[in-house]
Design a protein around this ligand. Structure first.
Ligand SMILES: Cc1cc2nc3c(=O)[nH]c(=O)nc-3n(C[C@H](O)[C@H](O)[C@H](O)COP(=O)(O)O)c2cc1C
Length: 206
């Protein structure tokens, strides 16, 4: 058995987003998200360089790397520290390319970064220090994401109706429509603020 446990695999597979820390040649931190972060085998993670020139430059000078992946509703995740190998061609490069293509990634990929995980540690929100259960934390955050989706949809629909009418009729917004549109935006913002204040109180430390 390797270093990566079933739960680590689950979080990585489900989230499909890792935050990747490298060190610049002058010793500064460099952190950037990679949606291609995935498990390669029992001891290795991998991600694709699609648009990550600094990460690649840094790793060529210093292969030390840390990757964080967090379950956004459970508010728990993992920190992986290890050593990275940058692959730009060859058998392993081809095998990893095939894997991403089969998964449906259409972007051009310049390199793959294969990370040997040397140390893996759990990381969890201080919300758990307050004695909350996983079910309670999950329920709070699922509501948060549901609210966010609803708010975005409502704002889109309200604004869209006015904009679409003018666009369909191929004309600019009238002064009245513009005022209505701006009023919708203000109302939406007030509703958002109220919801957010309520949610902030509930989430406290999370
Ligand atoms: C959600 C998200 C996922 C991303 N996934 C990737 C990825 O898998 N590969 C990649 O090269 N860039 C990805 N990017 C873009 C890079 O993070 C971005 O180009 C960044 O500026 C690269 O910085 P770096 O050169 O310091 O790595 C992603 C960005 C976001 C917001």
């Amino acid at each position: 058995m390797g270093i990566l446990t079933d739960d680590m695999r689950r979080v990585i597979d489900e989230q499909r987003l890792g935050f990747i820390a490298t060190v610049t040649p002058d010793g500064k931190p460099n952190l950037s998200p990679k949606g291609t972060t995935t498990v390669w085998d029992d001891d290795h993670l991998v991600f694709a360089d699609i648009a990550s020139p600094n990460t690649i430059l840094n790793l060529r000078a210093n292969p030390s790397i840390e990757i964080n992946v967090v379950d956004q509703t459970l508010r728990k995740g993992y920190r992986f520290k290890g050593v990275a190998e940058v692959l730009g061609e060859g058998e392993r490069f081809d095998a990893i390319m095939q894997f991403y293509r089969r998964r449906g990634s259409a972007n051009p990929m310049k390199h793959f970064v294969l990370v040997k995980v040397e140390h893996a540690a759990a990381v969890f929100s201080p919300a758990y220090d307050l004695g909350r259960t996983e079910a309670e934390v999950t329920a709070l955050w699922e509501r948060h994401w549901d609210d966010l989706r609803r708010r975005r949809a409502t704002a889109r629909e309200a604004g869209d109706a006015i904009l679409t009418r003018a666009a369909t009729e191929q004309r600019d917004l009238t002064a009245d429509e513009l005022a209505q549109y701006q009023q919708r935006v203000v109302e939406q913002r007030e509703a958002d603020d109220a919801l957010e204040a309520e949610r902030d109180r509930e989430l406290a430390v999370a």
